[in-house]
Design a protein around this ligand. Structure first.
Ligand SMILES: Nc1ncnc2c1ncn2[C@@H]1O[C@H](COP(=O)(O)OP(=O)(O)OP(=O)(O)O)[C@@H](O)[C@H]1O
Ligand SMILES: [Mg+2]
Length: 150
Protein backbone atom coordinates (compact mmCIF):
# COMPACT_ATOMS: atom_id res chain seq x y z
CA UNK A 1 0.00 0.00 0.00
CA UNK A 2 1.40 3.38 -0.91
CA UNK A 3 0.15 6.35 1.01
CA UNK A 4 -0.30 8.31 -2.25
CA UNK A 5 -2.92 5.89 -3.54
CA UNK A 6 -5.12 5.91 -0.45
CA UNK A 7 -8.33 7.91 -0.23
CA UNK A 8 -8.86 9.45 3.17
CA UNK A 9 -12.52 9.12 4.15
CA UNK A 10 -12.52 11.34 7.20
CA UNK A 11 -14.67 14.46 7.62
CA UNK A 12 -13.03 17.87 7.18
CA UNK A 13 -10.63 18.32 10.09
CA UNK A 14 -12.10 20.32 12.95
CA UNK A 15 -9.86 21.75 15.66
CA UNK A 16 -10.57 19.83 18.86
CA UNK A 17 -11.35 21.70 22.05
CA UNK A 18 -9.73 19.05 24.25
CA UNK A 19 -7.77 15.91 23.50
CA UNK A 20 -6.70 12.70 25.19
CA UNK A 21 -4.49 9.92 23.86
CA UNK A 22 -3.13 6.75 25.41
CA UNK A 23 -1.04 3.86 24.11
CA UNK A 24 -2.35 0.51 25.35
CA UNK A 25 -1.28 -3.12 25.11
CA UNK A 26 -2.99 -5.26 22.47
CA UNK A 27 -4.56 -7.55 25.06
CA UNK A 28 -8.02 -8.06 26.50
CA UNK A 29 -6.82 -6.13 29.50
CA UNK A 30 -5.69 -3.26 27.25
CA UNK A 31 -9.10 -3.21 25.57
CA UNK A 32 -10.87 -3.14 28.94
CA UNK A 33 -8.58 -0.33 30.09
CA UNK A 34 -9.44 1.67 26.96
CA UNK A 35 -13.09 1.70 27.96
CA UNK A 36 -12.35 2.57 31.60
CA UNK A 37 -9.95 5.39 30.68
CA UNK A 38 -12.41 6.78 28.15
CA UNK A 39 -15.17 7.01 30.76
CA UNK A 40 -12.82 8.66 33.27
CA UNK A 41 -11.75 11.20 30.66
CA UNK A 42 -15.34 11.99 29.70
CA UNK A 43 -16.22 12.47 33.38
CA UNK A 44 -13.20 14.81 33.66
CA UNK A 45 -14.72 16.71 30.71
CA UNK A 46 -17.95 16.92 32.73
CA UNK A 47 -19.97 14.33 30.87
CA UNK A 48 -22.30 12.65 33.40
CA UNK A 49 -20.91 9.21 34.32
CA UNK A 50 -24.27 7.48 33.86
CA UNK A 51 -25.35 9.60 30.91
CA UNK A 52 -26.71 8.00 27.78
CA UNK A 53 -24.04 9.57 25.56
CA UNK A 54 -21.26 8.58 27.95
CA UNK A 55 -22.49 4.99 27.82
CA UNK A 56 -22.74 5.14 24.04
CA UNK A 57 -19.18 6.46 23.79
CA UNK A 58 -17.95 3.78 26.20
CA UNK A 59 -19.56 1.04 24.10
CA UNK A 60 -18.04 2.41 20.89
CA UNK A 61 -14.60 2.56 22.52
CA UNK A 62 -15.03 -0.99 23.82
CA UNK A 63 -15.96 -2.41 20.40
CA UNK A 64 -13.23 -0.53 18.49
CA UNK A 65 -10.62 -1.47 21.10
CA UNK A 66 -11.73 -5.12 21.04
CA UNK A 67 -11.38 -5.09 17.24
CA UNK A 68 -7.90 -3.54 17.46
CA UNK A 69 -6.85 -6.32 19.83
CA UNK A 70 -8.48 -9.20 17.94
CA UNK A 71 -8.22 -8.19 14.26
CA UNK A 72 -5.62 -5.39 14.28
CA UNK A 73 -3.05 -7.00 16.53
CA UNK A 74 0.63 -7.31 15.66
CA UNK A 75 3.13 -8.95 18.04
CA UNK A 76 5.15 -6.42 19.97
CA UNK A 77 2.88 -3.53 19.03
CA UNK A 78 0.09 -1.91 20.99
CA UNK A 79 -2.89 0.17 19.94
CA UNK A 80 -3.66 3.81 20.60
CA UNK A 81 -6.88 5.29 21.93
CA UNK A 82 -7.58 8.91 21.10
CA UNK A 83 -10.49 11.07 22.24
CA UNK A 84 -11.12 14.56 20.92
CA UNK A 85 -13.85 16.84 22.15
CA UNK A 86 -14.99 18.88 19.16
CA UNK A 87 -17.03 22.07 18.99
CA UNK A 88 -20.78 21.63 19.48
CA UNK A 89 -20.17 18.89 22.00
CA UNK A 90 -19.25 16.16 19.54
CA UNK A 91 -16.76 13.51 20.58
CA UNK A 92 -14.38 11.86 18.11
CA UNK A 93 -13.08 8.46 19.15
CA UNK A 94 -10.02 7.13 17.34
CA UNK A 95 -8.46 3.70 17.70
CA UNK A 96 -5.20 3.17 15.83
CA UNK A 97 -3.86 -0.34 15.28
CA UNK A 98 -0.73 -1.52 13.47
CA UNK A 99 -2.46 -3.65 10.81
CA UNK A 100 -2.75 -0.98 8.16
CA UNK A 101 -2.99 -3.51 5.36
CA UNK A 102 -6.12 -5.06 6.85
CA UNK A 103 -9.02 -2.84 6.02
CA UNK A 104 -12.50 -3.08 7.46
CA UNK A 105 -15.31 -4.67 5.49
CA UNK A 106 -16.00 -2.49 2.44
CA UNK A 107 -19.73 -2.48 3.12
CA UNK A 108 -21.47 -1.16 6.18
CA UNK A 109 -22.56 -3.95 8.52
CA UNK A 110 -26.25 -3.65 7.68
CA UNK A 111 -25.38 -4.77 4.14
CA UNK A 112 -22.99 -7.46 5.19
CA UNK A 113 -25.13 -10.47 6.04
CA UNK A 114 -23.35 -12.78 8.50
CA UNK A 115 -20.73 -11.10 10.64
CA UNK A 116 -19.90 -9.76 14.03
CA UNK A 117 -21.94 -7.39 16.08
CA UNK A 118 -19.19 -4.90 17.00
CA UNK A 119 -19.42 -2.66 13.96
CA UNK A 120 -23.22 -2.92 13.97
CA UNK A 121 -23.15 -1.44 17.49
CA UNK A 122 -20.71 1.27 16.36
CA UNK A 123 -22.88 2.05 13.34
CA UNK A 124 -25.99 2.35 15.53
CA UNK A 125 -24.41 4.58 18.17
CA UNK A 126 -22.09 6.79 16.14
CA UNK A 127 -23.25 9.73 14.03
CA UNK A 128 -20.54 8.67 11.58
CA UNK A 129 -17.54 6.36 11.51
CA UNK A 130 -14.87 5.11 9.15
CA UNK A 131 -11.27 4.12 8.70
CA UNK A 132 -8.28 6.01 7.41
CA UNK A 133 -4.62 5.10 6.93
CA UNK A 134 -2.17 6.05 9.63
CA UNK A 135 1.14 6.12 7.73
CA UNK A 136 3.44 4.41 7.35
CA UNK A 137 1.79 1.11 8.25
CA UNK A 138 -1.11 1.55 10.64
CA UNK A 139 -4.76 2.53 10.37
CA UNK A 140 -7.18 4.52 12.47
CA UNK A 141 -10.79 3.51 12.95
CA UNK A 142 -12.75 6.58 14.03
CA UNK A 143 -16.29 7.25 15.18
CA UNK A 144 -18.11 10.40 16.19
CA UNK A 145 -20.67 10.54 18.97
CA UNK A 146 -22.69 13.65 19.78
CA UNK A 147 -22.55 14.92 23.35
CA UNK A 148 -26.21 15.72 23.59
CA UNK A 149 -29.29 14.19 22.10
CA UNK A 150 -30.03 15.86 18.77
N1 LIG B 1 -9.35 -3.13 13.56
C1 LIG B 1 -9.63 -4.03 12.61
N2 LIG B 1 -8.65 -4.49 11.79
C2 LIG B 1 -8.92 -5.38 10.81
N3 LIG B 1 -10.14 -5.91 10.58
C3 LIG B 1 -11.15 -5.50 11.35
C4 LIG B 1 -10.97 -4.53 12.40
N4 LIG B 1 -12.16 -4.31 12.99
C5 LIG B 1 -13.05 -5.09 12.35
N5 LIG B 1 -12.45 -5.82 11.38
C6 LIG B 1 -13.09 -6.77 10.46
O1 LIG B 1 -14.46 -6.47 10.43
C7 LIG B 1 -15.22 -7.61 10.84
C8 LIG B 1 -16.45 -7.16 11.58
O2 LIG B 1 -16.08 -6.58 12.83
P1 LIG B 1 -17.10 -6.68 14.05
O3 LIG B 1 -16.52 -5.99 15.22
O4 LIG B 1 -18.42 -6.20 13.56
O5 LIG B 1 -17.24 -8.23 14.31
P2 LIG B 1 -16.25 -9.23 15.04
O6 LIG B 1 -15.15 -8.48 15.72
O7 LIG B 1 -15.87 -10.27 14.05
O8 LIG B 1 -17.19 -9.91 16.13
P3 LIG B 1 -17.71 -9.25 17.51
O9 LIG B 1 -17.40 -7.78 17.46
O10 LIG B 1 -19.16 -9.51 17.50
O11 LIG B 1 -16.97 -9.96 18.60
C9 LIG B 1 -14.26 -8.45 11.66
O12 LIG B 1 -14.62 -9.81 11.68
C10 LIG B 1 -12.95 -8.21 10.94
O13 LIG B 1 -12.85 -9.03 9.81
MG1 LIG C 1 -15.61 -6.85 16.97
Amino acid sequence: MTSESVQIDTPQPVAPVQQFTQLLSATRRGARLARLLAVEQLVAWEWPRDGERTEAAALVVAELAANAVVHGRLDGRGFRLGLALLPAGRLRIEVTDPRGERGLPAVRPEDAGEGGRGLIIVDALAADWGVRPHPPSAKTVWAEVSAVRP
